[in-house]
Write a protein that binds this ligand. Structure first.
Ligand code: ASP
Length: 345
């Protein structure tokens, strides 16, 4: 269990180190043996993170491993056809194919990923199998499907009537014009919004969890950008971009326009900044600022959000645009929804 006196002392020390020099805090933070042993936590992106976290919590509260928790957790949006940005019912690419991207990472630094995977409801579980059953990290397209089928996954049609109708509507103009942050309105029970299909353009679930032993794992899964070019892969299945973690430091995940996240190796950057002593929110903000500084004109029109969790169980997020939300679940509260801070208000 966490020793409170040690915790206060360590926090005070890191605060002093931060005030003096971030780089000199590196050694101190890295050698800090404290983590939240005995206090599991799971956090994930967007409003749909709430039911996903609850599923993950069922594993964590029984003392289960964070890796199992994140896999169970993201299964929820993957299987939910009303969420048109993840898994079954995801909006297709411009040619009508639902192609899924996912990755997973454990406390030992093992990772697995699939990209452009079709016909499988739970790409995250295929990613886990790539991690555990092969010497590789990523399988793509037909090869990923072949591997999934050989390992007992069922081939299914992922294109629901609703997503097919939305795609056909989009085909009338075939204009790709992403509308930012409209998706969260879908889950706003107080003000449900019905938007035309071509406006649900993206939103990934990225999930990070710490289990009772204080170990960290993460998962990230998406159907990617709606009506993307066939073969386009975003940040979500790329380790270091859509997801990264280091069991000594913490983890990060991202959502939004994946191209900008890949260009800045976003999640890796967030974790490395936390290693240097940044808080989760400060680290996410710095990663967002890299995107804005490099491409200010593009950044005005796109959304990217980062979410991070450090080994002490502290979490934070930051996005380019307003509207990003994240869900937090602990023993005290299982359905906390927090609006992420953003550069543009
Ligand atoms: N990051 C995902 C992608 O670029 C989409 C999203 O999160 O909105 O494919």
């Amino acid at each position: 269990m966490l020793d409170r006196r040690k915790f206060i002392k360590a926090s005070a020390l890191s605060a002093v180190a931060l005030a003096v020099d971030k780089s000199s805090a590196t050694a101190m933070v890295a050698s800090n043996p404290l983590s939240i042993i005995g206090k599991p936590i799971v956090i994930s992106t967007w409003d749909f993170g709430i039911p996903a976290n609850k599923a993950a919590w069922k594993v964590l509260e029984k003392g289960g491993r964070a890796l199992d928790a994140v896999e169970e957790g993201v299964h929820v949006p993957e299987a939910d056809p009303s969420i048109q940005t993840v898994g079954y019912g995801g909006l297709p690419d411009r040619d009508g194919h639902v192609t899924l991207d996912a990755c997973i990472m454990d406390e030992f630094g093992n990772c697995g990923a699939v990209a452009g995977l079709e016909h499988i409801v739970h790409p995250i579980s295929v990613a886990r199998m790539v991690m555990e059953k092969t010497p590789h990290v990523m399988l793509v397209g037909d090869g990923a499907l072949q591997f999934a089928l050989e390992n007992g996954f069922k081939k299914e049609n992922l294109l629901t009537k609703e997503s097919e109708a939305a795609w056909k509507e989009w085909l009338k103009t075939a204009k790709y014009a992403p509308v930012m942050n409209v998706e969260n309105k879908l889950y706003d029970k107080a003000a449900p919004t019905k938007l035309p299909g071509n406006q649900y353009n993206h939103d990934t679930i990225g999930m990070l969890a710490i289990d009772i032993k204080g170990n960290l794992s993460g998962a990230c899964t998406t159907s990617g950008m709606a009506y993307k070019l066939r073969g386009r892969v975003g940040d979500s299945p790329i380790i270091g971009a859509g997801l990264y973690l280091d069991n000594e430091i913490g983890g990060a995940t991202s959502t939004g326009v994946g191209e900008e996240v890949i260009r800045n190796v976003g999640s890796f950057l967030v974790v490395e900044l936390m290693r240097q002593g940044f808080s989760p929110e400060e680290a996410c903000k710095e990663a967002v600022m890299r995107i804005i500084k490099k491409k200010p004109e593009i950044a005005k029109k796109i959304q990217v959000g980062f979410l991070a969790l450090n080994k002490k169980g502290e979490y934070g997020a930051y996005a380019i645009q307003t509207g990003f939300s994240y869900a937090v679940c602990t023993a005290e509260k299982n359905d906390l929804l927090i609006p992420g801070k953003s550069f543009y208000k």
